[in-house]
Ligand binder design. Structure first.
Ligand SMILES: [Zn+2]
Length: 473
């Protein structure tokens, strides 16, 4: 019924465009008659791909994830759909780009908090099924353990979950919580577990034992801040995220190196505890029938382009890991560019289930389409930032003043040499990106028309968490 309602509201050409975009997703079902019974998706918020050994990092930050990668499908060129938590996760969990689902981070100023309008946030249209809703309908038991922040009931990330626990806490406690739930779960029931941690998000204040990469002689202001946090730390470091990152241009090279080293230590700490979860999933009763996806919503910049943190459309902020363990499958490394928007169609395909009638992504299990343009969006007042990647060609729409910059990722993976995007291929890509955004906004508006509600009110609790994250002042 929902489908009919949707089609009535969307011009036929748009509906056709999106229907076609889901593609033929029966590849693996044909090759593997028995799909895995269970699915676990682990999202390590703010984890850039190139800090993992399995993505070429030389520091030993991720021995356990690397071990998993050795027996998995490792997609080496996955771009997130947005450099921000809410938008990117909702794309991951629905299979559509941010302009379609309409969910974004908020950035309330100090004077806006009391205005009821400012605390109204967009939520995904109810006519757009989430992965959890789809699996729940298919008889899966669904559980999510998130680190709060944006992944809350307010933003309706709980849709479709039988159990939804949004709690800011250390990775050690989060893993304990998930293991406790797995212990009492019925392995005979198909299960979907979504696990999310902010452990590698700011503040980077890993336990001292994991602080193995930083210069012991560094004596700058960041060390002092980290020590304050360590001394005050209780119940999750996220509460100290606010103002943790100094203003980028006021930092010295030593400060930035120290921050980056601490970030690596947080990855090692996360990896160490995730090992307990990964081991449990590869032992009876879960072994052999549980697929595991490890990914992230966006990366983190360390002054490569003049900023710290995330929010830009450079690959520092967009290149994320995508490690898909499928029991019984041979490992493979896949270099074809793909997107976080492919998450839902991929895992549904893996479980032998069809994708939603509406999806921008495609299953990554079969031969992936080369030359497919992939998009990332950044909603800002007045204009959308867009990045589009086609093979090794990447363009970014800059604001103030508006311009399109081009980067050739084959020779310049660090995006250090800005070109002017005037060649025919780039001009085509720009046109296509602009048209795509327009179409997606139209589809999003149509979905909203056919939905029961398109906004939610932020609770005081969520506002508090967002203040701690540094998003709300
Ligand atoms: Zn995030």
């Amino acid at each position: 019924m929902e489908e009919q309602r949707f089609i009535r509201h969307v011009p036929r050409v748009l509906a056709a465009l999106f229907l076609v975009s889901c593609g033929d997703q029966t590849t693996l079902v044909e090759e593997q008659p028995t799909p895995p019974r269970h699915l676990v998706v682990i999202s390590i918020d703010t984890l850039r791909a190139d800090r993992l050994g399995s993505y070429g990092y030389t520091r030993n930050t991720s021995p356990n994830l690397d071990r998993l990668a050795e027996k998995s499908r490792v997609y080496r060129a996955v771009t997130s759909t947005a450099p921000s938590t809410a938008a990117s996760h909702m794309s991951m969990l629905t299979g559509v780009y941010p302009p379609v689902h309409g969910v974004h981070n908020v950035a309330l100023g100090p004077n806006q908090r009391d205005q009821s309008e400012a605390t109204q946030i967009a939520v995904a249209p109810t006519s757009l099924p989430t992965l959890a809703e789809t699996l729940h309908k298919e008889g899966f038991v669904t559980a999510a353990f998130t680190d709060s922040g944006y992944l809350t009931e307010d933003f309706q990330f709980d849709r479709g979950f039988d159990v939804f626990k949004s709690q800011p806490e250390d990775i050690k406690q989060k893993v304990n919580r998930a293991l406790g739930w797995l212990d009492q779960a019925d392995p005979e029931q198909p299960t979907f577990l979504f696990f999310h941690t902010y452990q590698v998000h700011t503040p980077y204040a890993p336990p001292v034992a994991f602080d193995q990469f930083s210069n012991p002689d560094y004596d700058g202001p960041v060390r002092q801040r980290v020590e304050e946090i360590r001394n005050a730390k209780s119940g999750g470091g996220l509460r100290h995220a606010k103002k943790f990152l100094p203003s980028a241009h006021k930092t010295t090279a030593d400060d930035r190196e120290y921050l980056s080293d601490l970030y690596d230590a947080e990855i090692l700490y996360t990896d160490t505890h995730l090992e307990r979860l990964l081991s449990a999933l590869q032992e009876p009763p879960w072994a052999g029938n549980t697929a595991i996806l490890v990914t992230s919503d966006h990366g983190e910049a360390f002054f490569e382009h003049g900023s710290l943190g995330h929010g830009s459309l450079f690959d520092t902020d967009l290149h994320v890991p995508f490690i898909l363990y499928i029991p019984g499958e041979e490992p493979v490394v896949i270099e074809t560019p793909a997107s976080g928007v492919d998450t839902t169609p991929t895992v549904l395909d893996l479980l032998g289930l069809p994708s939603s009638y509406l999806c921008d992504g495609q299953s990554l299990l079969g031969p992936t389409e080369t030359g497919r343009p992939l998009f990332s969006f950044q909603k800002k007042p007045g204009m959308w930032g867009i990045a589009a990647r086609q093979n090794q060609n990447k363009i970014i729409r800059q604001r103030n003043p508006e311009s399109w910059d081009q980067f050739d990722l084959s020779t310049d993976p660090g995006e250090q040499t800005m070109l002017t995007a005037e060649d025919p291929a780039s001009k085509n890509l720009i046109r296509f990106a602009e048209q795509t955004l327009e179409t997606q906004l139209e589809v999003g508006a149509a979905l909203r028309e056919s939905s029961e509600t398109d906004s939610s009110t932020l609770s005081e609790d969520t506002i508090q968490r967002l203040i701690e994250l540094g998003y709300v002042r």
